[in-house]
Design a protein around this ligand. Structure first.
Ligand code: ADP
Length: 585
């Protein structure tokens, strides 16, 4: 989503926004019908002046002659209003759900690379702020624009019928109105685009403060953060005011033109009656002026709708950009489902890069089913990237990865991920109960299976001390579970999933020695009979691996067992020596 994306044709964006209305055209038709009833009643109310002045007041007819009209009007006004409002709001509510579902679906489907590259604040701002703004434009469109078009058509018809000559005179201002609206519309659009970008920045800052709250407090950086936030926020305010200035100036100019026209026509009408021109009666002129005023409201709504639309189009463009992102990794047409991995996993000359610099270089690797492989190397040597390729979060730039001889790119992604479980350093828990968090590994598991997995991961030992035991809400506990406890929950989740291939990415790095023993025990349970990839900083944890692979700068520099690797000079021996000397290892 580059910021300088050439603006898509505005009309295309608008048409696409309108697509969201399509499933609900039936309801919109009902809304329009009610709007017509409402508008009709309003014009009837204005038109009443003519019979009242000409027939009742001047000609002295009885007032009962118009009683039926009055009754109809009083009934139609509230019914029309209610029906239109309710139907429109219902449609708008459903459209908001649809747009946000589409975004949620897309964000879930987008590859990990997308989420790594983009700022969360930017995405969140597009999904919330920009959607709200586009939605408001639809609101204005359905509520105001549709109604005002009806209103203006009815109004102009009534005006023409009262006096086509006066109507033509009043239409003189129309081109001026359009010029004003078009001029400010462009400014509003450009301003709004800049404002929405800034809004993404502000959201990002908010997120940063929330996620870094502990560090901020520890460094006593509250004041700095607040000042930084204020700076961004005021920038947003200034950009917003630029849009508002254009909007308000546009509305005021329209107001001025309309009033000039109104008074001009009224004076001209009065003069015409005096001169006996165009066959105008005093009733015609009073009714004309009132109908004109009544038409003025939909005109104002129309210009308001137009400017809001100009303001919303850049927002609509921003959320649509997310919807248009490439999905990249998708199943090949001839992708196959894989069963249990019985033979071996192979990396064949696998190279990979996130950008220009290569992160993995011609990695060759062979892991037999059931083996435990440890990946060792300095931070940044490419260990995580290697296992991410195995889970197909990315595809290799060159070379290939095979499971039992089948290229990963030929395997259905769903069936691949059913075989793999990943336990990472950040033990992520979902809102929900302890039991639900374990069951996340396999939603159809029975309670007994969940309990067994939890026991194997030593979860039961701390669950009993929680206020509601298994039913304790993890979200309410918040940060109250320790790192080790959280990690044991994620391991229980992996055990329940019962995968063929296990990936432990620094899963024990953040734990103290005591928790680590529990977790290590849980891991050992999990490893039985499975193919496993262990990434660990503490070499004590990888000692027993069947195979240790040393990565340096994205290339495999040595392969062996603990014994064979310490016997020869190299990175592994250096690291072991280093950690052996450190008291905490
Ligand atoms: P390790 O797990 O061994 O610490 P990683 O696989 O995480 O190493 O990272 C290898 C290299 O790739 C590092 O230089 C890192 O900066 C880079 N890298 C990791 N993830 C990304 C990413 N999403 N985008 C760009 N570069 C990345």
């Amino acid at each position: 989503m580059p910021a300088d994306l050439p603006p898509q044709s505005q009309r295309a964006v608008f048409v696409r926004l309108l697509q969201y209305v399509r499933p609900y055209v039936g309801v919109v038709a009902i809304a329009i019908a009610f709007a017509m009833v409402y508008s009709g009643a309003r014009y009837l109310r204005a038109y009443l002046l003519k019979p009242i002045v000409d027939d009742v007041l001047i000609a002295g007819e009885s007032i009962e002659s118009i009683a039926l009209l009055v009754g109809l009007m009083i009934l139609a006004l509230p019914i029309g209003h209610f029906g239109k409002d309710y139907a429109v709001e219902w449609t708008l509510g459903r459209i908001l759900v649809d747009i946000q579902q589409a975004l949620c679906r897309k964000l879930l489907a987008l590859p990990l690379a997308f989420h790594h590259d983009r700022s969360r604040g930017d995405i969140l701002s597009r999904a919330l702020n920009d959607v709200t703004r586009s939605h408001r434009a639809l609101n204005v469109f359905l509520n105001d624009v549709v109604q005002s078009v009806i209103g203006i058509i009815l109004g102009v018809t009534t005006l023409l019928w009262l006096s086509w000559q006066l109507t033509l005179v009043s239409l003189i201002v129309a081109p001026m109105l359009m010029a004003v609206i078009a001029f400010f519309g462009g400014r509003i659009q450009r301003g709004a685009r800049k404002r929405q970008i800034k809004m993404g920045d502000v959201t990002q800052r908010f997120l940063q403060i929330l996620s870094g709250i502990k560090v901020i407090k520890a460094f006593r950086a509250e004041a700095t953060e607040e000042a930084g936030f204020e700076r961004e926020n005021l920038k947003l305010f200034r950009r917003h005011m630029r849009v508002i200035l254009a909007r308000v100036t546009s509305h005021s100019s329209v107001e001025m033109l309309n009033n000039m026209m109104n008074i001009g026509v009224l004076l001209l009408g009065a003069w015409c009656v005096q001169q006996g021109m165009w066959g105008l009666t005093p009733g015609d002129v009073s009714a004309f002026a009132t109908v004109l005023l009544t038409t003025y409201r939909p005109m104002k709504l129309l210009t308001k709708g137009w400017t809001h639309l100009q303001e919303a189009l850049p927002s609509a463009e921003r959320f649509m950009e997310v919807l248009d992102e490439d999905l990249q990794v998708v199943d090949a047409d001839d992708a196959v489902e894989i069963g249990p991995i019985t033979d071996r996993i192979r990396f064949e000359k696998v190279s990979f890069s996130y950008g220009r610099e290569s992160v993995l270089r011609e990695v060759d690797l062979e892991v037999r089913a059931g083996e435990t492989v440890a990946l060792v190397g300095r931070t940044g040597s490419g260990k995580t990237t290697l296992v991410d390729l195995l889970a197909r979060f990315h595809d290799p730039v060159s070379g290939r990865i095979t499971l039992d001889g089948v290229d990963l790119r030929q395997i259905e992604r769903d069936s691949l991920l059913r075989r793999i479980a990943i336990v990472t350093q950040e033990a992520f828990l979902f809102s929900g109960t302890i039991r639900e968090n374990v069951r996340y590994g396999r939603p159809d598991a029975s309670d007994e299976e969940v309990d067994a997995a939890a026991r194997a991961a030593h979860v039961d030992e701390f669950v009993d001390q929680l206020p509601d035991g298994w039913e304790t809400d993890v979200g309410e506990l918040g940060a109250k579970l320790s790192g080790g406890q959280r990690q044991r929950l994620t391991i229980a989740r992996a055990i329940l999933k019962n995968p063929d291939v296990l990936i432990f990415d620094e899963a024990t790095s953040a734990l103290d020695a005591m928790s680590e023993r529990f977790v290590q025990d849980a891991i050992d349970h999990l490893l039985e009979g499975r193919t496993a990839f262990l990434i660990a900083h503490r070499l004590a944890t990888v000692r027993n691996a069947d195979k240790i692979i040393v990565l340096e700068d994205g290339a495999v520099s040595a392969v062996g067992t603990h014994e064979s690797l310490v016997a020869e000079p190299g990175l592994y021996r250096d690291l072991v020596a280093l950690q052996g000397a450190a008291p905490s290892a």
